[in-house]
Ligand binder design. Structure first.
Ligand code: DX5
Ligand code: ZN
Length: 215
């Protein structure tokens, strides 16, 4: 069964507690938390104080996706805020290996996010050190965008790389995931589905999560 990670970027920010409780009582596995700095991506979302509060509202895995420049400056702060998985962008890290080691040394799982234009082959020398690869299936910065079809080829190539290198790394797909395209995403080899609009803009988010989980 896939791991389902609803993105709270599409939640109701005026009543986050209600959406946290909905997720707690659903089959959602992870809380996907999107941090944007207005530099790495052309949008600003939320940061440390909001994540600290969400941390207190759930026992589920907090999967923090940093779309920020110089993420290495904030590793300890996000650990402190309650991240279980900390994901940094390959495009934002000059010393990615060092950043990953630091994330893991603080007791978090390490994720690496990859933009649509970045080849997954760039992960070849690092794949054994990574817990999650977050493959962006949209250009990061906004919820509610359309899935880029070429991502399916990237999932297959990444899966090959993981098998070839004997890695236990999970493949997470982020952006434009719907009930319609999720089956082909999973068939290509994905393990984790992030879903923002598909969950939070649906008439019955709990049922939508259950439907994704049942795929
Ligand atoms: C995009 C974020 C995503 C986003 C997904 O930059 O990383 O996590 O919230 O939202 P949907 O599922 O609506 O595309
Ligand atoms: Zn994300």
């Amino acid at each position: 069964m896939p791991i389902i990670a609803p993105s709270l970027l599409s939640a109701n920010f005026l009543n986050l507690e209600q959406d946290c409780n909905m997720l707690n009582n659903s089959q959602a596995d992870w809380f996907h938390l999107d941090v944007m700095d207005g530099q790495f991506v052309p949008n600003i979302s939320f940061g440390l104080p909001v994540i600290s509060h969400i941390r207190k509202a759930t026992q589920k895995v907090c999967d923090v996706h940093l779309m920020i420049e110089k993420p290495e400056n904030y590793t300890a702060a996000f650990k402190e805020a309650g991240a279980d998985i900390l994901t940094v962008h390959i495009e934002a890290c000059i010393h990615l290996h060092r950043n990953i080691q630091e994330i893991k040394s603080m007791g978090m799982k390490a994720g690496v996010a990859v933009n649509p234009h970045t080849s997954v082959q760039l992960l070849s020398d690092l794949i054994q050190d990574i817990d999650v690869v977050c493959l962006m299936s949209v250009n990061p910065g906004f919820g509610g965008q359309h899935f880029i079809p070429h991502t399916l080829e990237k999932i297959k190539a990444l899966k090959q790389l993981i098998l070839q290198k004997n890695s236990t790394c999970l493949i997470e797909i982020d952006g434009g995931v719907t009930l319609e395209n999720a089956p082909s995403i999973l068939a290509a080899g994905a393990d984790v589905l992030v879903a923002g609009n598909t969950v939070f803009k649906s008439a019955n988010p709990t049922a939508t999560i259950a439907a994704l989980k049942a795929l």
